[in-house]
Write a protein that binds this ligand. Sequence first.
Ligand SMILES: [Zn+2]
Length: 296
Amino acid sequence: MQPKPGTLYSYALANKIAGAYLGTANAAQINANFNSNLGNAGCLDGTFFYLGLDSNHGANIDFVVTLLHEMGHGIGFQTFTNGSTGAQNGGYLAIWDHFLYGSTAGKLWKDMTNAERQASALSIDKLAWTGAGVTIPSVRITQADGVALLGQLAKRTRTSSGVVGAFNLVGSQYSGADPLGRMMMFAPNPYQSGSSVSHFDTSAFRNQLMEPAISGDLTQSVLLPQDLTFKLLQDIGWKVPTNAGRAGMLGLPGSKRQGVLSTLPFFHCRLLPPMLLVEFPRRRFHLGEYPCDSKH
Ligand SMILES: [Zn+2]
């Protein structure tokens, strides 16, 4: 995919697209802080980060999942346009503006006025992702149909089941999707700074890594069929690495990453303004406001 002109990308993605290290040498591209006080008095008392890699977090919080969520923001799962005011950052489109669609105005964010974007960010179930990669297939029946089936099954005889049925896919009933089957983005009213727009809607099920709050049933996968994170990242320009690319990544100089993103199990992601904006559109990602503060 060719980069879109006049458009802000996350720092890491801008580098990837450019095939070069843009900006200040050795500067952090993603910063993340995680709160070591989690679980102590006053900070989700008794609920600690589980540091194992095996998903056996029980009632505690899977640190790997928390990390994946924040890294997801860092590599581009966020808008750079101010959802509270509708203003574009520095007058530039964000790559997200090309995919965010407000069905009230009937426009993509890139084509909206500030006022339209501001309203769209509060539109609850009228903000959708239009990237080609993000769809959710599901098959299910309503409770009423289930009751009817049970009733028919109760009447079956030795020669007849009493039940004849057919499954049909109903695109308008995908969990977490709008009537046209597009994944809904989180757009509560009132606006939730740090959460609105830059997450999948919480109505998604199965639960998604990039919802605004962690769910205990999340796996550590960012791929289908469990999760749509990587599909969205592909929409904005990330590619599936080739084997050669993977090998290259392992030896990539300067690959050490630092972190200041969230804190709590992403209950309070805080998306801060970009650090850099130079000749190639890009953004450095920062999070870090601490409901129970302890930066490390
Ligand atoms: Zn988040």
